[in-house]
Design a protein around this ligand. Structure first.
Ligand code: NAP
Length: 242
């Protein structure tokens, strides 16, 4: 069976991506940082779909932990065919009040993690017979910026550069693409006030938030799209047209 490592798959978009890969016939390494019980539930759902799952607690911003995640997946599944670098954190603070240590932490989790897991998985991906791929989960904010979360937006911009650089580096063996989601309903976006939600919805031409399944669809497309590399798939209800 082909297999995938999905970082940050205990909740939200990563969970949806892990379950979509399982539904499509992939064994899945479910990675969490703090939400162990939720990760075990995702793994149970992967097994219910008829696939193998392994759960790995790892802060993937730590290179050694990222290596352990990949090593565990490779040992369990006999290789790694696809990687989805989804783990991410956000924080709403204007630059005037932003602690440099918080800037570094957001960059570490959102950018360094993708580098760490990619580097650890590269030899397995290059050995894969399943049209291997890496998909990095960026954000619409990489394109439009975000005054109250400059570190987050900067990290997501860096992920797009990482994506194109790795796409060129790893061609023709491994395709590397990015997804730039708009506003998707998950824990990350659950702290909005009704006023903020109304303002956000006003800016989305389709008039609604996306769902995690919309991003899982994009991840499945990029996994299978053998003529697409170095690309960013924008999934945002048309928001970036404004
Ligand atoms: P979420 O609901 O907050 O879930 C975040 C996931 O990342 C959790 O599974 C969490 O694991 C994991 N994670 C965080 N830090 C980690 C670390 N150091 N090591 C390993 N795993 C870690 O967020 P989400 O909305 O699903 O977002 C997923 C990705 O999509 C993020 O990269 C985010 O920036 C991006 N994105 C989201 C939106 C949106 O509207 N939701 C829009 C654009 C981009 P634990 O719970 O186990 O700690």
């Amino acid at each position: 069976m082909p297999s995938a490592v999905v970082t940050g798959s205990s909740r939200g978009l990563g969970r949806a991506i892990a379950l979509r890969f399982a539904a499509d016939g992939y064994d899945v390494a479910v990675n969490y940082h703090t939400s162990e019980a939720a990760a075990n539930e995702v793994a149970d759902e992967v097994r219910d779909a008829g696939q193998s799952a392994v759960v790995v607690g790892a802060d993937v911003s730590d290179p050694a932990a990222a290596q352990r995640l990949v090593d565990t997946a490779a040992a369990e599944f006999g290789g790694v065919d696809h990687v989805v670098n989804n783990a991410g954190i956000d924080q709403h603070v204007y630059t005037a009040d932003l602690d440099p240590a918080d800037f570094d932490r957001v960059m570490d989790v959102n950018v360094n993690s993708a580098f760490n897991v990619t580097k650890a998985a590269l030899q397995h991906l290059e050995a894969s017979a399943d049209e291997p791929s890496i998909t990095n989960v960026s954000s619409i904010l990489a394109h439009v910026g975000a005054p109250i979360e400059v570190h987050y937006a900067s990290s997501k911009g860096a992920l797009l550069s990482l994506t194109r650089s790795h796409a060129r580096d790893f061609a023709p063996d491994v395709r590397v693409n990015a997804i730039a989601p708009g506003h998707i309903e998950t824990d990350m976006t659950s702290d909005r006030s009704p006023e903020e939600k109304a303002e956000e919805l006003e800016a989305i031409p389709v008039g609604e938030y996306g769902e995690p399944a919309d991003i899982a669809d994009a991840a499945a497309y990029l996994r299978d799209a053998t003529f697409v590399t170095g690309e960013t798939l924008n999934v945002n209800g048309g928001e970036d047209m404004r």
